[in-house]
Design a protein. Structure first.
Length: 270
């Protein structure tokens, strides 16, 4: 008859526990290996497999990491063909900027380019005559009219007006006016100025002519000279005019001409 063998209870228990331990160990090792794989992936060192057609990245020196604190200093390697390196409509922007600059420069030159200032001598407006019979002296206050036209696109200042009167190449009167007025852009102003003149000494013979009662009109020919000084942007410009005029020395005379501005000049000391 066959014999049956029975293991002691402690042996069977140990075998059961060992088998359980082995099973648990396998499960634990498997889970540990899986966790180890998941945890080691993030800490796996960067390895660059360089071949014949590749080089080591100069930024990270082949480590896959950059030093702390240099994030804003190191430049990433971007392919040359990346569209981000090719801004759109660059030629359009450059062309538009050049056109705008040229347009602004042209407008500045057009409006700031200095143009001529026209001075037109209109003539004698009035003559006030007085006599000194004992000395045969004639006093004349001759009022003249000027038209000054500003052809610029900015205001100009009439700094001064210098005038003199000549009779037979002898200067018989002078006058100077300072800080006259301002003339606006593309504007015109009419200015009246007075020149006091004295006829005496070697020209006293004219006294007899001017006081001769048998003659109704006592015209003498004088040469009127005037120089206008204008200034703009720190630049000064002088315009001169001269003209021969008939002046009636036999009495006060007023010529019919328009007057917009009257500038009085005192008679210079004798």
């Amino acid at each position: 008859m066959g014999k049956s063998f029975s293991l002691p209870s402690h042996v069977s228990r140990e075998d059961g526990s060992s088998s359980d331990n082995m099973k648990n160990g396998l499960v634990h090792s498997e889970s540990h290996s899986e966790d180890g794989r998941g945890g080691d992936v993030s800490q796996f060192p960067y390895v660059e497999f360089t071949g014949r057609d590749s080089v080591t990245c100069p930024t990270c020196q082949g480590t896959g990491r950059i030093p702390r604190g240099q994030e804003n200093q190191l430049v990433a390697l971007i392919p040359y063909s990346d569209q981000r390196l090719r801004p759109r409509r660059t030629k359009l922007y450059v062309t538009a900027s050049v056109i705008v600059c040229l347009l602004l420069s042209g407008l500045g030159v057009f409006f700031l380019f200095p143009r001529s200032i026209d001075v037109e001598y209109i003539g004698v407006k009035s003559v006030y005559v007085s006599y000194e019979a004992q000395r045969h002296v004639i006093y004349l206050n001759i009022t003249n009219t000027l038209n000054i036209t500003n052809n610029n696109y900015y205001a100009v200042e009439v700094a001064n007006i210098t005038a003199q009167v000549q009779l037979s190449k002898t200067v018989i009167g002078k006058a100077r006016l300072n800080n006259i007025t301002h003339i606006g852009p593309l504007d015109m102003k009419q200015i009246d100025y007075m020149v006091p003149a004295v006829i005496q000494d070697e020209m006293s013979y004219i006294f007899e002519f001017c006081t001769l009662p048998s003659i109704k009109v006592h015209n003498i020919v004088v040469m009127m000279q005037v120089t206008v000084t204008t200034s703009y942007f720190g630049h000064s410009e002088q315009i001169s005019q001269e003209r021969y005029q008939y002046v009636d020395c036999g009495g006060n005379t007023t010529y019919h001409q328009g007057q917009t501005e009257y500038l009085n000049v005192l008679q210079p000391p004798q």
